[in-house]
Design a protein around this ligand. Sequence first.
Ligand SMILES: Cc1cc2nc3c(=O)[nH]c(=O)nc-3n(C[C@H](O)[C@H](O)[C@H](O)COP(=O)(O)O)c2cc1C
Length: 198
Amino acid sequence: MGDIIKLPPAKLKGTMSVEEALHARRSTREYATKALKLEDVSQLLWAAQGITAAKGLRTAPSPIAVYLVQAYLVAGNVDGLKPGVYSYKPQDHSLEMLKSGALEAQLGTLGQQVFSAAPALVVIASVDDKASKTFGDHAVRASSLEIGHVAENVALQATAMGLGLVTASGFDNGKARDILGLPASETPVYLIPVGRMV
Ligand SMILES: Cc1cc2nc3c(=O)[nH]c(=O)nc-3n(C[C@H](O)[C@H](O)[C@H](O)COP(=O)(O)O)c2cc1C
């Protein structure tokens, strides 16, 4: 098992309304070189997959609450985190290190400069074996819909925090899986680079 990092609790109050965040959200592909704080990534991961109710119900909906996604964080320049890939554990709002080391250069080979420019990326992966077992022929549709909800949560949360991000799916999924060190049963569908606005 890798290093476990307990994340600071997510805030339930911000300074921007949902309506203002919807109005302000924009894809952003350039970021300031400043580090993100642990509180920032904690809040973004909570928005993605945080547990908000008994029985483990989460911020984003899921068909029959089976949860078909796994969120990861790629930390490049995050205060309090060694560079590497971390698996987000909703149950105790923590991170577990999956792979150690800076990945900017390798992420750059995925064909979009933004992947190596960001201080962090939130990765949303589909848990394919679970989706196939539960939804058969509808597995891809079910997990894609759930992933869309998760990504929009992250986008609106980042906007409300004054951070910039882009929800990107234009890359080779298998190559990204290898670079990130994810299991063969999962597919990284969205890479979401995030950082402070320039
Ligand atoms: C499914 C999906 C995949 C996307 N993939 C990429 C991508 O690979 N790279 C990128 O820079 N933007 C990507 N985007 C962002 C779109 O280019 C962007 O949402 C669009 O230009 C509208 O701009 P806005 O997000 O600022 O409203 C993607 C958006 C969606 C919904």
